[in-house]
Design a protein around this ligand. Structure first.
Ligand code: GAL
Length: 374
């Protein structure tokens, strides 16, 4: 009931002041210039009373999923009204640049490094004209949350280093594995036993869908879909957040997870992911662990209600705490529109934790009062 009253009040405010006062998942979200927000696969940080939302700037038409402009940024004091701060990491005209116009830059995530005082952006990078084969993690840096970000380099993470818990006998290839037919139980077991980790040991592990998580002790981790999207890797970053420490682990081997989003509440780490069906939605998964290094326990689909088996027609991208605090979390997801990517919409929902399980309930319209009232 209370939620209804606050929605009515916010509706009246929006009529009187022309401002947004609520979230309407899946609808067009207009920025303060009246233009649909263009920040897909994004993430949000909170700095000195202001939220910054970074995302993929998509364009019209079939080619609109490639990076023709770069990474966009919007700022807001209240999470409802967003001001366009422009493109903060621009693609480059130089054809030799790894971020040349027409490359793929997905899922940008920005974090602040307290030691260096820099804002660090990581994103999924695919080289122009190479489809999704490069599978690299790109990094850029800025002195200000509003950019401009300077591109540093890209990685195939964890080159020449075995993950934590990788068995001695898995380190050498068994010749017959090469001929295994994909998706057979034997093939899945071979993946679990590190067949693709071995394959990519020299050149570095794949990194596609990704997120960054900064822990309470300021250590940061790149969490990335690797091994042809079959296994998630959790890779610790160096103190400046620009490189890898060589400490890494595999999560849910052969579990086929994408779109990871992580948060921590009351000492428990939670992760929400999707399955792998490209731009088409599928059923989300959730996990919990007492340590970032696992073991991660599978908790099943966190969504409840109509279209819960399709994550409400969306795919996770990030989870952030309201006001940067630890108790109220917003789940961010994308409703992709591959035929005209610029039309993609955003699904933001409050996360509830019930007996150490994250729950996402569909809401047509809601605002931050939900956290006080539920
Ligand atoms: C999705 C992934 C997106 C994008 C897309 C390309 O599964 O989550 O970020 O890479 O595939 O088909």
């Amino acid at each position: 009931m209370k939620l209804k009253y606050s929605i009515i009040i916010s509706f009246l405010c929006s009529l009187i002041f022309g401002q947004n006062n609520s979230f309407e998942p899946g609808k067009l979200w207009k920025d303060t210039d009246g233009v649909h927000i263009n920040a897909h696969g994004g993430g949000v940080i909170f700095v000195d009373g202001i939220y910054y939302w970074y995302g993929e700037f998509k364009t019209e038409g079939k080619g609109g999923n490639t990076a023709l402009k770069g990474v966009s940024c919007y700022s807001s004091k209240d999470l409802y009204n967003w001001h366009n701060e422009g493109i903060v990491l621009k693609v480059e005209e130089n054809l030799k640049s790894e971020i040349t116009k027409g490359c793929i830059m997905e899922r940008p995530k920005v974090v602040f490094n307290k030691k260096t005082g820099k804002y660090v952006m990581w994103f999924h990078l695919e080289l122009k004209g190479k489809g999704y084969d490069a599978a690299r993690a790109g990094v850029a840096m800025s002195d200000s949350p509003k950019g401009p970000f300077t591109y540093k380099k890209s990685y195939r993470p964890n080159k020449g280093v075995w993950p934590i818990g990788f068995k001695e006998e898995w380190k050498s290839a068994s010749a017959d594995q090469k001929n295994l037919k994909s998706w057979t139980p034997e093939w899945l077991t071979a993946i679990e036993n590190g067949m693709l980790v071995r394959r990519d040991f020299e050149k570095g592990q794949m990194s596609r869908d990704m997120t960054i998580y900064v822990d309470d002790d300021e250590k940061a981790y790149l969490i990335h879909s690797s091994e042809e999207n079959l296994t998630l890797h959790i890779s610790e970053l160096t103190d400046d957040y620009l490189d890898f420490t060589d400490k890494w682990t595999r999560m849910s081997p052969a579990g086929h997870n994408e779109a990871p989003a992580v948060f921590k509440k009351d000492g428990i780490y939670y992760m929400i992911t999707s399955g792998c069906t490209g731009w088409d939605p599928n059923e989300a998964r959730s996990f919990k662990s007492k340590s970032i290094w696992g073991p991660w326990e599978s908790l099943g689909n966190p969504c409840i209600g109509k279209d819960a088996e399709l994550t409400f027609h969306s795919q996770s991208t990030y989870i952030f705490p309201v006001l940067g605090k630890k108790d109220q979390f917003i789940f961010m997801a994308d409703r992709w529109k591959p035929d005209n990517p610029i039309d993609g919409t955003y699904i933001w929902l409050p996360i509830k934790i019930n007996k150490e399980k994250p729950i996402l309930n569909w809401l047509d319209k809601w605002n931050l009062a939900y956290f006080r009232e539920n």
